[in-house]
Design a protein around this ligand. Structure first.
Ligand SMILES: [Zn+2]
Length: 379
């Protein structure tokens, strides 16, 4: 009995994108889906009720951060992450690997695991496949991620090959160390950078271990968008069609659409919440920087095509004022809108798959958003 089950509803005749449903111990959600990021067991400034109201079926939390604060024992004692944070829908936790490789100053990778210093106080720490499973078992997330190495971009073929092989050995150790396979589904992560041969090797190694889902890792790490799309084009066909496919760390509107077209079902990114905090918004007509002086007397909504709580009730001028004064309520309003915008975008993507017109939808969306213009911003 596996904790996670994927149901394919249909494939878009125009693009090959998949409409599906992922079943978890904490409810099911339709895919392709965007997962808001709640790093420290909270999606910054949003209450769980607000996330439910905007239609989030799954959120992501970070193992590394929760391990440091408040610590796995406290979350376990609270009855797990769902109870601790009062969220009864699905949760995915990463393995901590990405943070170890991106945040910590000193690190030493060995076969056993990674030695590093904690980014808060410099204490020496050690994370291994077994420890990453132990922490995630304490957190009780519905979907856990295998502990992998996240090589930088670009990396040489030789380095990447060694890294892929180590990640495969670590994946096997993760499966063995995972103590709650009936309550929590463990996903494997395909690495290999931009090298097709290594992606093939990684996919072969990991699919032979029969995980209930697979992630494509090592993308959105600074490579150009056409590299990401090309890697997805040769990687997703290597993954089993009866399991969910998760593209890690991707959340710009164009990449959500282009990833869906290439067979991805799940996405996460801090982008919408991070840019919201300095007043950058995603709208149906493109990116909007609400702090700009031209909005000082603009009493219209952030996005006239949006029916979110923010756009129904507050003006650009008011939100500009709040953000300029560092008022928390301003950040709440921009965060709400950006998350709502991406969750609605994925609803539109799913509808377009139902109607076999995701290719047409992409063209219309890119045109309106300005992605077709030369020098278009990424979000
Ligand atoms: Zn809105």
């Amino acid at each position: 009995m596996t904790a996670i089950r994927y149901e394919l509803i249909k494939t878009c005749k125009q693009t090959g994108a998949r409409l599906g449903r992922v079943h978890t111990p904490h409810g099911s959600f339709e895919t392709p889906v965007f997962m808001p990021v709640g790093t420290l067991a909270t999606v910054k400034t949003m209450s769980p009720e607000e996330l439910v109201e905007m239609g989030a079926g799954i959120i992501l939390s970070n193992t590394y951060h929760l391990w440091l604060r408040p610590g796995q024992e406290i979350v376990e004692e609270a009855g797990g992450l769902h109870k601790f944070m009062n969220w009864d829908r699905a949760i995915l936790t990463d393995s901590g690997g990405f943070q170890v490789f991106s945040l910590s100053e000193f690190r030493k990778i060995e076969e056993e695991g990674v030695h590093f210093r904690n980014h808060l106080n410099g204490d020496k720490l050690f994370l291994s496949p077994e420890k990453a499973m132990d922490i995630q078992n304490s957190l009780g997330s519905d979907i856990m991620m295998a502990f992998d190495e996240c090589p930088p971009y670009p990396a040489s073929f030789e380095y990447m090959k060694k890294s892929v092989e180590r990640t495969s050995r670590w994946a096997e150790r993760c499966l063995q160390a995972h103590k709650r396979p009936n309550d929590q589904g463990l996903f494997g992560i395909i690495q290999g950078g931009e090298y097709e041969e290594l992606r093939k090797q990684s996919a072969r190694d990991l699919t032979s271990l029969d995980f209930p889902g697979y992630a494509v890792g090592g993308l959105s790490v600074g490579e150009p968008k056409d590299v990401m799309n090309r890697v997805l084009e040769f990687t997703t066909p290597l993954l089993p069609s009866d399991k969910p496919r998760y593209l890690m760390g991707v959340g710009s509107p164009d990449s959500l659409i282009d990833g869906s077209i290439r067979g991805i079902d799940m996405f996460d990114c801090v982008l919408p919440t991070r840019i919201a905090r300095n007043g950058t918004l995603m709208t149906s007509n493109g990116r909007l920087v609400v702090k700009n002086a031209k909005f000082a007397r603009d009493f219209g909504p952030i996005d006239e095509n949006c029916d979110c709580y923010t756009c129904r009730n507050y003006s650009r001028a008011y939100i500009r004022h709040l953000i300029r004064c560092d008022e928390t309520f301003g950040i709440r309003l921009t965060t709400y809108h950006n998350l709502y915008f991406l969750l609605k975008l994925m609803e539109q993507v799913r509808q377009a798959i139902r109607d076999d017109r995701l290719g047409d939808f992409r063209e219309e969306f890119f045109e309106r958003y300005g992605f077709n213009k030369p020098n278009a911003k990424n979000f």
